[in-house]
Design a protein around this ligand. Structure first.
Ligand code: CP
Length: 327
């Protein structure tokens, strides 16, 4: 497969224009159909991608590892605590060396005010594409899978009311990268995006400005509310998910008084009942069950979480297929 994307980094979808994102969606759908039919897709024979993880993962690691195997290549999993990074080796040296050994580098580094800078430093020095497996700011692999899932379910995404809603959770202090990516991406497809959160859980100002511009340029809308009911009301898609108060409080403490004052921000049957009758419930996972969401919703008829998670495989394969290639 020839591609104009060869060597292009995948750090944020903001660096990919809509034609490029649409191609990613088309290739993802092709790969999904072939996977379902058992048709081999060895587009990256004998190619190696290095998969560097500073944090835990279920979906991202396994969609990349299974994905590169299905493309005919090899994924080399790297727990960064076992690399010389642990002794201070810098991003430049790691990127130069790994790009001489293989065909792609992918990395998850979610440390606040560190992760994105680390990925950008690797991209500056790598001669192979660098893929973001989630950083402190962006999760483009999740964003493209979410977009594919919504498109599969509704077709025309214009004027769809999609609500990105903060939810209470205690499992760990989560990055802002999932809601941030969705807030920037969905308005580019003409959706009516509502971002709802209690005060203290703001996304950066530049994100809000860019999300509004993306809406203006593409016929959608973007608004913020601190009223949870307003976000659920008549929504076609709800994405209730926890994120940390990183912008207002960079402390790594998981539970504090601010968090505990918003236990009522939970996705319940009552909230779902005021949404559109065909509302879809999405979550990037892992979910903090009984805190973010009640089981009857996440396991109920409106939940599309497993289709969403499955699409992580097909979209990951599309990103690798389009960006990796002969040297
Ligand atoms: N959604 C997501 O990125 O899942 P993992 O943390 O399991 O990779």
């Amino acid at each position: 497969m020839k591609s104009i994307f060869r060597g292009k980094h995948f750090i944020t979808l903001e660096d990919w224009n809509k034609d490029e994102i649409n191609t990613l969606l088309e290739v993802s759908s092709d790969l999904k159909k072939n996977f379902a039919m058992g048709v081999p897709t060895p587009y990256l024979p004998l190619q190696t991608i290095f998969l560097m993880f500073f944090e835990q993962s279920t979906r991202t690691r396994n969609s990349m590892e299974a994905g590169i195997a299905q493309l005919g290549g090899h994924g080399n999993f790297l727990d960064t605590s076992t690399m010389q990074i642990a002794h201070g080796e810098v991003a430049k040296d790691t990127a130069v060396i790994l790009s001489r050994y293989g065909h792609g580098i992918a990395c998850r580094n979610c440390f606040w005010e560190v992760g994105n800078k680390y990925l950008r430093a690797m991209a500056e020095h790598s001669t192979v594409p660098v893929m973001n497996l989630q950083c402190d700011l962006y999760h483009p692999m999740q964003g493209i899978a979410d977009l594919m899932t919504i498109k599969e379910k509704v077709g025309d995404m214009k004027r769809l009311k999609v609500s990105i809603i903060w939810a209470y959770a205690t499992s760990h202090k989560k990055p802002i990268s999932v809601p941030l990516t969705q807030a920037l991406l969905f308005p580019r497809y003409g959706m009516d995006v509502t971002l709802a959160y209690p005060e203290g859980y703001e996304l950066p100002d530049w994100v809000i400005e860019k999300a509004k511009k993306n809406a203006l340029d593409n016929g959608g809308t973007f608004k913020i509310t601190h009223n949870m009911e307003e976000a659920y009301k008549d929504a076609h898609v709800v994405i209730p998910k926890n994120w940390g108060s990183w912008v207002t409080n960079p402390s790594e403490d998981v539970v504090d008084d601010l968090l505990n004052s918003y236990k009522s921000w939970k996705c319940t049957e009552e909230m779902m009942s005021i949404a559109d009758k065909d509302v879809m419930y999405m979550h990037a996972l892992p979910a903090d069950r009984n805190n973010e969401v009640v089981n009857s919703v996440i396991d109920g008829p409106h939940s599309i979480i497993y289709d969403e998670a499955e699409n992580r495989l097909h979209t990951a394969k599309a990103v690798m297929t389009l960006t990796m290639g002969g040297k």
